[in-house]
Design a binder for this molecule. Sequence first.
Ligand SMILES: [Zn+2]
Length: 285
Amino acid sequence: MIFDLNFPPTLLAMTGLLFGAVIGSFLNVVIIRLPEILRSEWTNEAKLFLGMESENNQQLSLASPRSRCPDCGTQLKALHNIPILSYCFLRGRCSNCRRLISIQYPLIELLSAFVTAYILTVHGISEKALFSLIFTYSLIALAVIDMREKILPDQITLALVWVGLIASLWGYWSHPTSAIIGASLGYLSLWSVMHIFKGFTGKEGMGYGDFKLNAAIGAWLGWQSVPTVILVSSFLGAIIGLCAIVIFGRDRHSPFAFGPYLCLAGWVAMEWGDQLNYLFSYLSP
Ligand SMILES: [Zn+2]
């Protein structure tokens, strides 16, 4: 272990809240910008393939252009970039055109702040906390991107697979053998489910992004966690999907994103995997 510093829990919680809110603010940028960047790249590639002229007039990246109001185009002032607080100062509206700002921004910042505080208080300032945070932030970004756009970008899912395999060298959640089998089993299990489902119904119930995300979870947590994660995510997906159809009258034929449930189940399995296994062993005959 390279670093494992002991700090009082209150200090860790406060540091976690502040640091997490700032990262949450960055996650919002990733959630909004990454799909935009990908769409513009795909459009240009398609145009190039069709021999059409591509219009590369605006270079979009995570850093530029600076954040602006989607309605009136006013650039955000430095003061308006303070996580959570700026949303409260502005009372949830653009300072220029008074358009409502999406509640997603402060919610992601709050979520990120609280999970960071939780992870730092439980694991301290340690390598395990660092790996937990990388996994957690990636899952938050993936879950929200999938909810909004119904895509799980390779830029995050595949990077998570490789980082998970590296993390297994420390053996916090899995050892290399278990991580390699976990990555393969994670991918192949959902791939098989999708092909069997497609064989029966002719429809694709899941996308390749879900397989890659499950491969990443398998790499991080080891093959033993793959059945648990699939079971918990399917259970959550079925319950919440059913509620959405029955209570909110959602069209049952419209596509629904499975990624957020995988992310939630993966996170729960990372933090409370032992308790989950205990629960399952208790429930099984
Ligand atoms: Zn505005």
